[in-house]
Design a protein around this ligand. Sequence first.
Ligand code: SF4
Length: 634
Amino acid sequence: VAPRDDDRYRTRRDVSAVPLQGGYAAKRCPVRVQFDVVPPSDVDPIPPSPGERLRMDAGNEFEVEVVAELVKLHPEAVVIDQSLVREAQQEATVAAMAAGVPLVLGGWLPDDGVGHRVGRPDLLVRTPDVGTIHYWPGDVKHHLSLKREEREVAALDPDSPVVSLEELWPDPVQRENAGAHRLRKDDALQLAHYHRMLEACGFAAAEPFGAIVGKERVVVWERLDVPVLPQTWDASSAAKESILERYDFEFSFRLDVVAAAIDGEPIVEPVLVPECGSCPWRGHCLPELEAADSTSLIPRLTYKPWHVLRRLDIRTRSELATLDHASAVALDAMGSATPDLLERAAALDPSMPVADLFDPVGDDLEATSPVAVRLEAAGFGRVGDLARVDPRVASLAGQPVRGLPEWIDQAWVASVGAGVPHLRRGVAGLAVPGADVEIDIDMENAIDGTAYLWGALVDGEYHASCSWEPTGFDVAAKVFVQFWDWLHTRLRAAEEHGRTVAIYCWHQNAEAGALKAGAAAAADLLGRTDAPAAVDELLASDRFVDLLRVFRDQLIHGGGDGLKVVAPKAGFAWRDHAPSGQDSMAWHLAAVGDPDAAERRANRERLLAYNEDDVRATAAIRAWMRALDPAHLP
Ligand code: SF4
């Protein structure tokens, strides 16, 4: 499949000095790809944290397990010896493909000097084509590739492009249906990289498919040359591009980025993206983003809106804060219809109610369109009021800027408001749900997801329910029962004395999910069949309070709202010098399995102190919010 004849899909510079790039380049931050070749002069790369290393190790172990399973199921597979030097592995891979073996595992494709590519696909699956030798690439990923409902549908549908490790090869009908389960875009881009490499060495299939083996241990196939993705450079366009086209777009851009940096003329700048959290170059970029007052520092303002705002020449939070908020609300309400509606409004009697611009809603001729309701609330009650909509804001119609009103407020608080918590627009006072007995809870989970520690704070005292045994369902069940019984004793005692109870956590998703999983395990393994319903009842009640939501609904401070960001605003500090949920998984591994008893003990103490501080942090935020005087809040 030749690259599209459009210079967006090809390099635009002389990239001859750019070193070979691997399968991750197209999906990585372009600044990171650049720094990997031309590092910034002010910092050294930050090595992976214990938690990141643990995640990488878990991924490698999973890959080894899947390869072993595939070898057992397909004895004819050739496994490339990973202890050989690079050239020998590449020669062995080519030899195996040239011999037409059905499955090559752990292959290393020959360097693609023309395309500037290097790559090691976990799987090379020979296509069923007769008379030719072609391969499809595949990769093993230590994450789920299918949504829960997709797993259920795929398990029942023999024509689904989800194939067992044993069957491995998709039949023609399954190939026809490839695309029914969309792969993660990042995974698909990596497969496209390997496909281009197979083209370079003459083994690519005419019908380009690729497969991912995720944590479900099934093979999800997707076709790489059908237009399924929205165009990257024009969010307002309905045009689509294929995975291969998106890959060509992203990869060629990164080659240009590196070439420009080598020439001393960098063409990219840092933007805060989720990848920054674990990027080795964050020591350079994060201070630079702060110094530049980048709009990307605003919570939930992602790369695409950052790019759209930059086209409007809005690069800083201070500049964003000057955009007209009411116009942003109008844009949010009218969406992509904004230009049409403004044009119609300009031609009508300005004194007409704005609701007359809209068709009746359903059969009710009296009902007002929800768009008109929002416009009226933002001060655009008459058609003539719409002339006040800032043309710069209106020009963003159709662009990915949902959330602009919120971003303007966040930008204002971060810049003009100096990051001091402010009451949200429309919020008159502060309310934190309270009760006679207030319990803060927090859960820690291991790398496999098992909740092995539940901490709770009540009346200033910390209580831990935990296990230091190797994790699994039995540990989840046992620890859940310990915690649940302790909690119920508290709830019963309160009820007997006619006292109300509230249970607080920060961002309830993790805790609610772990309570449900623990209850299910306790029902299965320990006969506690009443536990799942009891947990559901608690979660649905107003006794279970997500304090993050309480905070987010009422206050705004121009920054993120993770516990480690907000609690310091309340004057709270963790005792641990580097508190981190991800790193705590590495501490847990040492707490359970380190051969040195002193090391195990030290890690257990660290985890208990960390968990205790998490619940104390939630309690501190509650107390701080209650002490804030709304009358004196900006
Ligand atoms: S810190 Fe962020 S912006 Fe900088 S290179 Fe890494 S991912 Fe890119």
